[in-house]
Design a protein around this ligand. Structure first.
Ligand SMILES: [Zn+2]
Length: 349
């Protein structure tokens, strides 16, 4: 729509979107999917503005303020998947909710205070990995509060004939994954990787970091391990929690001479803002208090998970993918506290 043809309401909404973009750049505010819905309802046909709003929103990990979330019971009539299918999945034990202690709770009841996570699965996932073709079991997980909010908004959108906008709502959820590899249920000491998502490394194969090789190697190590294990993939951890947009900015700052942590600080962001509470809940549920071996060079990850109630973690060194492109990055990580020896960060090239 040409700018001149907008009415006052449209102009106001446009300013709200611009305001929101600005706040997201400055990391000063949080906007829930409910806010997105208000914009969508004002601007049902304005795809570019919605995309622009989404882009800004992706600068941070969305978390819904507890005060904005109504009780679970009042939301149960809404769902953005067919309610009959949802009921069947619950009956079949394929959709369940766990509490902060990793214990299953009744989905029909309003959850008590504290973090709750919905889990969907297992879904068989046949992997093509060189000569090996293991079939793993995939579980998708999302915070109950985030899912409830999206389901409620989806109900409102459906009433107004706005189903075509569902994807904008669903994309606001941070959906994590657990891959169950081998038969770790029988193990007293499964092998575990808690991997923070990295689009450039995991998907594009960028060598600016070693995330891609670390993910690949973790899958291979767990698949080969006689104990089997779990890979927890944290979808909201891009750029150590600052989001993809800000991470792109840090890359530009790094190319101007700053290291990975200095670049975060230059943007006014923490060195590491990853929240491992969802990972902790998932490990409590899947590992049930058994010992576990965690593939990481980062002692802080062990400390965080331990502080969140995951017991008996033994750190297992996991150095892969070191080359000339990421040597400085890895040295910065070592200086920051990662357990990397001189022999670990010498390029093979
Ligand atoms: Zn990476």
């Amino acid at each position: 729509m040409p700018r001149g043809s907008r009415g006052p309401v449209a102009e106001q909404a446009s300013q709200e979107i611009a305001h929101w973009s600005c706040e997201a750049y400055l990391f000063t505010s949080h906007r829930s999917p409910k806010y997105l819905l208000r914009l969508l309802l004002k601007y049902p046909a304005s795809g570019s503005q919605v995309r622009r709003a989404k882009l800004s929103k992706s600068l941070y990990t969305p978390r819904i303020p507890r005060s904005a979330v109504k009780s679970q019971a009042s939301l149960s009539m809404f769902t953005y998947i067919n309610p009959a299918v949802r009921e069947r999945l619950i009956r079949d034990g394929k959709l369940l909710r766990i509490n902060n202690e990793g214990h299953e709770v009744d989905m029909a009841e309003a959850p008590a205070p504290g973090l709750h996570v919905n889990i969907l699965g297992p879904i068989p996932l046949p992997l093509a990995r060189g000569h090996a073709q293991p079939t793993v079991r995939w579980y998708a997980s999302v915070r109950s509060t985030e899912l409830s909010e999206v389901e409620q908004l989806a109900g409102t959108l459906r009433e107004q004939g706005g189903q075509h906008l569902f994807s904008h709502l669903a994309s606001s959820m941070a959906v994590n994954s657990v891959l169950v590899i081998g038969k770790p249920e029988k193990s007293e000491n499964p092998l575990v990787r808690v991997h923070s998502n990295c689009l450039t490394g995991d998907v594009f194969g960028s060598r600016r970091c070693e995330c891609g090789p670390q993910l690949e190697s973790a899958l291979d190590r767990i698949a080969k391990d006689p104990e089997g294990g779990y890979l927890v993939y944290m979808s909201g951890h891009e750029g150590r929690g600052i989001g993809l947009w800000a991470k792109a900015a840090t890359y530009l700052l790094q190319d101007a001479g700053e290291n990975t942590y200095q670049a975060n600080r230059s943007l006014g962001l923490p060195d590491d803002s990853r929240d491992f509470s969802d990972a902790a809940v998932l490990l409590k549920y899947f590992v049930h208090g058994r010992r576990l071996r965690l593939l990481t060079n980062n002692p802080k990850k062990v400390e965080d998970l331990t502080a969140l109630g995951v017991p008996q973690i033994e750190r297992v060194k996991h150095v892969f993918g070191v080359d000339d492109h990421n040597l400085q990055y890895l040295k910065a990580k070592r200086d920051w506290g990662h357990k990397l020896g001189e022999e670990d960060i010498s390029s093979s090239e």
